[in-house]
Write a protein that binds this ligand. Structure first.
Ligand SMILES: O=P(O)(O)O[C@H]1O[C@H](CO)[C@@H](O)[C@H]1O
Ligand SMILES: O=c1cc[nH]c(=O)[nH]1
Length: 236
């Protein structure tokens, strides 16, 4: 057990899916996994282990922001032997080339957070996805005819930022979307020797002021879960 996870040793599978919202973890466990058991609930950050096509898979909420996901990802890797963490989240788009409901896969993650400079002695460390996880996710998106984009994401410490000009800079540099955890997850994975991928559905268009309806959110979430489960079922 750890300060933040009350599951016994060995309770997590080697593969953990991490949505930000713990209730999304519950939804995935109850609707997409077989034999899912609740294994941790400290602070209501729910985590489950079950099976998909006979393969053990866990799903646990990460909370919002880099500090929160960093705590859970670190403990999962170092205390529970987790080898693969796949964030399945939501993001806001900036470029008009990206549409609501598209899936964006973070090949890299930029950030205004200081955590990776703190970690890597004040030097810029390129925060990148595990290539094999990314390749499998792309393959699944193509198999399932899901619109996807692969590139650089921006992990922001601020959900509410008064500085609108930052979106011009992000667009100029080709950021696919803005969310709040990917760069932290990639930093933890690099530090502790695990594999990670962050994938988000576009729930908001920051420039166009558009947002998914509740029904569309549910559909895109289901599509991303199916894509992710197919991808992780192919991990050796
Ligand atoms: O939908 P999730 O996974 O929580 O992701 C996004 O939503 C939250 C902000 O509303 C942040 O955590 C952001 O990264
Ligand atoms: O961090 C986030 C997540 C969803 N939508 C946004 O605009 N930002």
């Amino acid at each position: 057990m750890t300060p933040h996870i009350n599951a016994p040793k060995g309770a997590f599978a080697k593969i953990v899916l991490m949505p930000g919202d713990p209730l999304r973890a519950k939804y995935i466990a109850e609707n997409f996994l077989d034999n899912a058991q609740l294994i941790t609930d400290v602070r209501n950050m729910l985590g489950y282990t079950g099976e998909f096509q006979g393969k053990a898979i866990s799903v646990m909420g990460s909370g919002m922001g880099i500090p929160s996901i960093s705590i859970y990802a670190k403990e999962l890797i170092t205390e529970y032997g987790v080898e693969n963490i796949i964030r399945i989240g939501s993001c806001g788009a900036i470029s008009n080339k990206i549409k609501l409901m598209d899936v964006v896969m973070a090949m890299g993650a930029s950030t205004d957070s200081a955590v990776n400079r703190t970690r890597f002695k004040d030097t810029d460390f390129a925060m990148i996805a595990d290539f094999n996880l990314l390749r499998l996710a792309v393959q699944s998106a193509e198999n399932q005819n899901i619109n996807y984009h692969v590139g650089n994401l921006y992990s922001s410490d601020l959900f509410y930022s008064a500085d609108e000009s930052r979106y011009d800079l992000m667009e100029k540099y080709g950021m696919l979307g803005v969310e709040m955890e990917a760069a932290g997850l990639y930093g933890v994975a690099a530090e502790y020797g695990a594999k990670a991928l962050a994938m988000m559905t576009v729930t908001d268009h920051i420039r166009q002021g558009l947002h998914l309806t509740a029904e569309e959110r549910q559909q895109t979430l289901n599509d991303m879960i199916k894509l992710t489960l197919e991808a992780v079922s192919l991990i050796d």
